[in-house]
Design a protein around this ligand. Structure first.
Ligand SMILES: Nc1nc2c(ncn2[C@@H]2O[C@H](COP(=O)(O)OP(=O)(O)O)[C@@H](O)[C@H]2O)c(=O)[nH]1
Ligand SMILES: [Mg+2]
Length: 362
């Protein structure tokens, strides 16, 4: 990957790597100390802007160990509060340039003095094994900014799980004082609908010259997008191709019914690699925020998202409680047998299981 030249005052590579080794060992010591801390202490630390405490809190949120889950719940409760942040979801197929785009946008925003958190749900970690490191490496410059926090999260098998943890991680980042939360997810499969439910602004990155089907992008995602940005418009020739794709997308977007936000989704072109057009994307996002904050949509969407979080959590918890209920587990096998032999209808069997589950309070 070619890199643009950066600031003249940049320290030498050797001193940077010595410094990052030192930072890493300090972080490890801090992390070890943090394992001893209570939920209150972790939240106090993260509210002071301690990135290691924030990392630790997210690790607890993502942990499946019962002990960690109890502490995570406590942390979330303490961290929860009014949010002044802006949550931006960035989606698109692997290789479209999401991480590169986020690094450029993140650098631009930290230079303006914003505190930026990046939550990257890594889709290919199970395929390539090394892509988490890849993402980290690509955001190398941003990682070094004291105003930025970058957290790659390997995606779990269950998409609901990803969404739940990402939502909780957002709350933690906000509690730690981050103004902007950038959420990177891949735009294939169902995960992007979950991400749509988490963010204020949903941006789809696309490539010119490759049809949606080729890019694995479904119509539904295009319909959800608040903006479609065509990346890799590096030079004049590529810009021309990107602009004709832009016209196509603008036309396609115009065919969808108007959004309740009152926002007409926009299309833009950019080159994340060469940092062209990123500022225009930011201006557009600000335009969206101004519009939706004045017409009440911004606040209403947050309320709706929290209500849907409640609903999803209830359904998920019920399902979990049902599957873990010892009596239900016993009965389930017997009932399966009866259903297989047509001795009972599936509806009646389900009713018996539910009655058993709800009889005893857990
Ligand atoms: N030519 C060109 N390459 C880009 C651009 N943006 C990203 N890339 C390259 O595309 C590849 C994938 O980028 P990455 O940000 O990791 O994509 P992601 O998988 O969507 O996160 C990398 O080699 C980037 O350097 C761009 O604007 N122009
Ligand atoms: Mg990436």
């Amino acid at each position: 990957m070619t890199k643009k030249p950066t600031h003249k005052s940049k320290p030498s590579e050797a001193s940077v790597s010595a410094q990052s080794a030192k930072d890493a060992s300090i972080a490890l010591v801090r992390q070890a100390r943090l394992t001893e801390l209570s939920a209150e202490q972790i939240v106090t630390e993260l509210k002071k802007g301690n990135k290691t405490a924030l990392s630790r809190a997210i690790t607890l949120i993502e942990s499946t160990a019962a002990k960690h889950q109890a502490q995570a719940k406590e942390i979330l409760k303490l961290a929860f509060g009014p949010s002044k942040s802006l949550r931006i979801g960035i989606t698109g197929v692997p290789g479209v340039g999401k991480s590169t785009f986020i690094e450029q946008l993140g650098m631009m925003l930290t230079k303006k003095g914003y505190r930026v958190a990046v939550l990257a749900v890594d889709p290919s970690s199970s395929l390539s094994g090394g892509s988490i490191l890849g993402d980290k490496t690509r955001m190398q410059e941003l990682t070094q900014s004291p105003l930025a926090f970058i957290r790659p999260t390997p995606s779990r098998l269950t998409l609901g799980g990803v969404a739940r943890h990402t939502r909780e991680s957002i709350i933690l980042c906000e509690s730690a004082g981050y103004d902007l939360i950038l959420i990177e997810t891949v735009g294939v499969g169902q995960s992007e609908t979950a991400v749509f439910d988490l963010c204020d602004f949903f941006l789809l990155l696309q490539l010119a010259g490759a049809g949606d089907e080729l890019q694995g992008i479904k119509r539904g995602i295009i319909e959800m997008a608040d903006a479609i940005v065509i990346n890799k418009a590096d030079n004049e020739a590529q810009l021309k191709i990107a602009q004709s794709a832009q016209i196509e997308y603008q036309r396609a977007l115009g065919l969808f019914p108007h959004k309740s936000s009152g926002w007409q989704p926009k299309t833009l072109t950019c080159s994340a690699l060469h940092n062209i057009g990123i500022d225009a994307v930011w201006s557009m996002i600000q335009e969206y925020v101004t519009l939706t904050q004045s017409n009440g949509h911004f606040a209403q969407k947050r309320i709706d998202q929290n209500l849907s979080w409640l609903e999803k959590t209830v359904v998920e918890s019920l399902r979990e409680a049902l599957l873990l209920h010892p009596e239900v587990i016993d009965q389930w096998d017997q009932l399966k047998e009866k259903v297989s032999k047509d001795k009972i209808t599936p509806v009646d069997a389900a009713e018996i299981l539910l009655k058993t589950a709800l009889r005893t309070k857990t």
